[in-house]
Design a protein around this ligand. Structure first.
Ligand SMILES: [Zn+2]
Length: 274
C-alpha cells in the first residue's frame, strides 16, 4: 500500500443517524466505553494476564492512582505523551509542563512485570511486549510485520487482507468475520478483543475472547456487554483515504485518523457467516 507523508493530527467525530438514535445510544455507548476501561484493569487485577497499558491524564492523576490502588495494581510510568483522541497510531513525546498530555505506562500486580514490560518497550521489542499483554502469537507476528516493519499505522485493512473475501479488488474487500474481532469501532473504545487480531477470523483470538474477555465483560456489566456485542455485530464499512477513515454503521457514521494511503481503500464487514 502506497502511503503519503501526511500528519493530520488526531481526528475523531461521530454523527448519529438521527436524534432518536443519538438519545438512545449515547448513554449506552458511554457505558460500553467505561466497560472497556474496566476490562483492561480487571483482567490484570484478576490475574488473567500480567500487564495492561494505560494513559493517565495529569488532570485526574490522583483519581486514577487511587483506582489502581483499590485493585491492588501498581502503575509503572513509561513516558509522557501528547494527548490524542481515538486510537494512538504513534506516541508523540512531550514533557511534564504540558497539560495537554498523558503519562503512558503499564499497570501490573507484580512490579517486576511492569519493569520488564517497560524495558521491552523502550528496547522496541513489541513482540515480547505483546506476549506480556497476553496477545496470541499469530497476532503479535502480524503487528510486527505490518505496523513495525511495513510502517502501516492503522491495521483494519491489513486484517481484512488476511480474511477470506466474498468479493474483492485491490482496493475493495467484502468480508465476513467474527463480531468479537471487529476492530473498526475501537477509535471510540468499542472493542472486545484487547489486541489487534491478525484477521477477522483469527481462531486464537476468537478462543481467547470466548474463554476470557466475554465472560469477564459479562461479570462486570452484563447490559453493557450485551450492547458492546450488538455494536460489534453491526454491518460496518471502513472507508479510508489520505489519513482519514469514515466508518459507517446503521447507527452512526464516524470519522477517525487512519492510514495516509494515496488511494481510497474500502472494507465491508459483516458477521453473516458467524
Ligand atoms: Zn491471530
Amino acid at each position: 500500500m502506497q502511503q503519503l507523508n501526511l500528519n493530520l493530527g488526531s481526528v475523531l467525530r461521530i454523527m448519529w443517524q438521527d436524534k432518536q438514535t443519538r438519545d438512545e445510544w449515547e448513554p449506552r455507548l458511554s457505558a460500553v466505553q467505561r466497560l472497556g476501561y474496566q476490562l483492561e484493569l480487571e483482567s490484570v487485577a484478576r490475574g488473567l494476564r500480567r500487564i495492561t497499558t494505560v494513559n493517565v491524564p495529569p488532570q485526574t492523576f490522583e483519581l486514577e492512582i487511587e483506582r489502581f490502588n483499590d485493585k491492588k495494581l501498581i502503575f509503572v510510568p513509561i513516558k509522557r505523551v501528547k494527548k490524542y483522541q481515538g486510537f494512538a497510531h504513534r506516541h508523540n513525546e512531550t514533557d511534564g509542563n504540558d497539560p495537554d498530555s498523558y503519562v503512558f505506562g503499564v499497570v501490573c500486580k507484580e512490579l517486576t512485570h511492569g519493569r520488564m514490560a517497560k524495558s521491552l518497550l523502550i528496547a522496541g521489542d513489541h513482540r515480547s511486549f505483546g506476549e506480556m499483554l497476553g496477545y496470541p502469537e499469530c497476532c503479535r507476528e502480524f503487528f510486527h510485520r505490518e505496523f513495525v516493519q511495513n510502517g502501516i499505522p492503522d491495521l483494519p485493512w491489513c486484517q481484512g487482507l488476511n480474511t477470506p473475501a466474498v468479493e474483492h479488488t485491490d482496493t475493495y474487500r467484502k468480508i465476513q468475520g467474527s463480531a468479537y474481532l471487529n476492530m473498526m469501532l475501537r477509535y471510540w473504545s468499542v472493542r472486545l478483543a484487547p489486541h489487534l487480531p491478525c484477521s477477522y477470523r483469527c481462531a486464537s483470538s476468537v478462543a481467547w475472547v470466548e474463554s476470557v474477555w466475554l465472560p469477564l465483560a459479562q461479570s462486570i456489566d452484563a447490559v453493557a456487554a450485551d450492547d458492546l456485542l450488538r455494536l460489534l455485530s453491526m454491518p460496518t464499512q471502513f472507508d479510508v483515504n489520505k489519513g482519514v477513515a469514515i466508518i459507517t454503521t446503521p447507527l452512526f457514521k464516524g470519522v477517525a485518523s487512519s492510514i495516509p494511503c494515496a488511494i481510497r481503500h474500502v472494507l465491508d464487514f459483516s458477521t453473516e457467516a458467524f
